[in-house]
Design a protein. Sequence first.
Length: 217
Amino acid sequence: MSRPSTPAAKASVGGPPGRRYHHGNLRQALLEATVQLIETQGLDQVSVRAVAKMVGVSPGAPFRHFPTRTALLTAVAEQAMDRLREEIDKALAAAAGENALMRYRALGIGFFTWAFGNPVHFQVISTRAVIDFEGSSLRARNDEIRAVMADMMRDAQAAGLLRRGDPVRYAVAGRALGYGLARMYIDGQFPSWDVEDLNPLQEVIGIFDQFIASIAA
């Protein structure tokens, strides 16, 4: 199945070794190369030295930016979070004035738009074993999104839009569904479940809408 390319993966990191980096932003070039390496060879193949080779710099050049593989992948995860927040904020701005349940739907659409458009970033930020989730900004920023989701559910219930029950559990269920659908798409599992491949994003939004309908009052 065809999947969307990440913007970072489209960056110019090709060409013969030694000609790819021309005294610009080395840090950004390394991040772009890391995304491309994951996209073409897989997460297991990432190392600081391998990325340095792709960019065309000496093996020691990246270490002032990223002293370890974990530091490098954590930076990719932080970039992923930046993009996620951008999509969520855009979706919520479009839903301004809607009720709490529709704002929650908009947040979900922002998440799916980000995940489908940035599959490598989704993979990295979701693989906690390879990043410093607790020691970076990722924990706090993730908690902010969780709090927004929970508040939306509480507001929806207070407005009579949500079934009786624990609103936080509803938020967890929505998060699990969103993550699972994104993971299935990125792993190429949709065809085996007869999910329409022509517009998978719209298919997933439709499934998410069914979840919202199931918890609505």
